[in-house]
Write a protein that binds this ligand. Structure first.
Ligand code: UDX
Length: 428
């Protein structure tokens, strides 16, 4: 790195903060990560990543060993200069609005300790319209404000950092020039715009991707009525470059830390400004309806679920993460339990504890599936997708129903093994 580089201080060692910090240190920057949670700090100082993210732990170790990455409590930080990245959580509130408590705490801290000329870069997802007000406030303390939304996906966040489709920077030209230095080694177009537009890009991106998924899920429902195969339909429409093949996998819907929260927040932003975002609300409703599909299918195939053993497989919101935020299984399990089913769970990665949504989590896939009359695949973990389903089905009971909520199994194979296969938009 050249000597003039800004030092970087990141507030919040969650997914975004930790991955950004580890990658920036790997790229040669000097990074201090500030975290208030003592447990997380402890873990990081021992070289153990508090989140599961492929590649992150190695980069953290490398950064610490090279002296380019350190972890402090905000109280230990001293004067704040250079580039100050905000990457704290903005959880959803009961109204759907984003909760900005953590962001406000950090902004107050910056206001009281910032060195003039510092740049505040917002990576937390804040409601469009928030940044201009924060910029105004921080200008009073000699700081420039930049909106720098993050598009990292959990499970491939490190890859995504270095192979992003674009870098979005919203703010004044001078501040943006200094921000570009952070991404000098990344070969991606940089889109510069005003603060509010940058904030909208983040919300609109996630809302659009959620829309693609809900769209294909509605098409899947119609395929079920008509006898068409949604996988073929998705492949066919995805070949049109204007549509694109990604995010057209039908299933029991999206979950995670971003799509549910950000679609609700965007709907709230529209509403509070007097606009009725019909389309987005339909996208959210369709997603809620997808969650009910497996329960309805099991009831119609098996009749009463009372006392019937059902195994729910894949308890995270997607594969290769330990994140269970808004995971479909968290909603589907209580619905099955309410019908009287005897539910057990299984997840390829242990989630800490042998209880999930009030049901027992089995230590192995074999144990979860044995004697079950139905299994519901809620996440397409490779271990679940690539399991020996012929052998597994042989251990099941009754109708041996396999509800493939992620369309990840070969229906023919399940049927040949004596199972009853049900997918999403995959009628027999
Ligand atoms: C998402 C965005 O992709 C990322 O750019 C943003 O910054 C954060 O939110 P993430 O939540 O990690 O990332 O996961 P992603 O891979 O996008 O999947 C989100 C959800 O959609 C998962 O529950 C997944 O199972 C579901 N999904 C995805 C589908 O149901 N069908 C698809 O075709 C794609």
């Amino acid at each position: 790195m050249h000597g003039m580089a800004d030092k970087i201080t990141i507030f919040g060692a969650g997914y975004v903060g930790l991955v950004s910090g580890a990658c920036l240190a790997h790229s040669g920057h000097d990074v201090t990560l500030l975290e208030t949670d003592e447990g997380k700090l402890d873990s990081l100082r021992r070289g153990v990543s508090p989140i599961f993210e492929p590649g992150a732990e190695d980069l953290i170790a490398e950064g610490v060993a090279a002296g380019r990455l350190r972890f402090l409590h905000p109280d230990e930080a001293g004067p704040l200069g250079g580039i100050l990245v905000i990457a704290v959580g903005t959880p959803t509130t009961t109204t759907g609005a984003a909760d900005l408590t953590a962001v406000r705490t950090v902004v107050d801290r910056i206001a009281s300790a910032a060195e003039p000329g510092a740049i505040v870069a917002m990576k937390s997802t804040v409601p469009a319209g928030t940044g201009v007000r924060l910029a105004e406030k921080l200008r009073g303390y000699g700081c420039e404000y930049v909106s720098n939304p993050e598009f990292l996906r959990e499970g491939s966040a490190v890859q995504d950092w270095y192979h992003t489709d674009r870098i979005v920077l919203g703010g004044t030209p001078v501040a943006l020039e200094r921000m570009k230095a952070l991404y000098a080694d990344i070969d991606a177009p940089v889109l510069t715009c005003d603060i509010t537009s940058a904030e909208m890009i983040k919300y609109a991106s996630n809302a659009f991707l959620a829309t693609k998924i809900s769209f294909i899920n509605e098409i899947a429902s119609i395929c079920d009525f008509l006898g068409a195969q949604v996988d073929d339909v998705a492949a066919g429409i995805g070949m049109d470059a204007r549509i694109g093949k990604d995010f057209l996998r039908a299933g029991i819907g999206w979950g995670g830390s971003c799509f549910p929260k950000d679609t609700r927040a965007l709907d709230f932003i529209a509403t509070i400004n007097g606009y009725d975002f019909h389309l987005l609300r339909a996208v959210i409703e369709v997603n809620a309806r997808q969650r009910v599909l497996p329960v309805r299918a099991l009831k119609s195939e098996l009749g009463e679920l009372e006392g019937k053993r059902v195994a729910v497989l894949g308890l995270t919101f997607k594969p290769e993460t330990d994140d269970t935020r808004e995971a479909p299984a968290l909603e589907i399990i209580p619905l099955l339990a309410a019908e009287g089913a005897e539910v057990v769970g299984y997840n390829p990665m242990t989630l800490g504890g042998d209880d999930y949504a009030g049901v027992r989590v089995c230590p192995t896939l074999d144990e979860a599936v044995a004697c079950a009359e139905a299994v519901v695949i809620t996440t397409e973990w490779p271990e679940i997708r690539d399991a020996d389903w012929t052998a597994l089905i042989a251990t099941m009971a009754g109708r041996r129903l396999v509800y493939d909520g992620r369309n990840c199994l070969d229906p023919g194979r399940v049927r040949d093994a004596g199972g009853t296969y049900l997918g999403v938009g995959r009628p027999q």
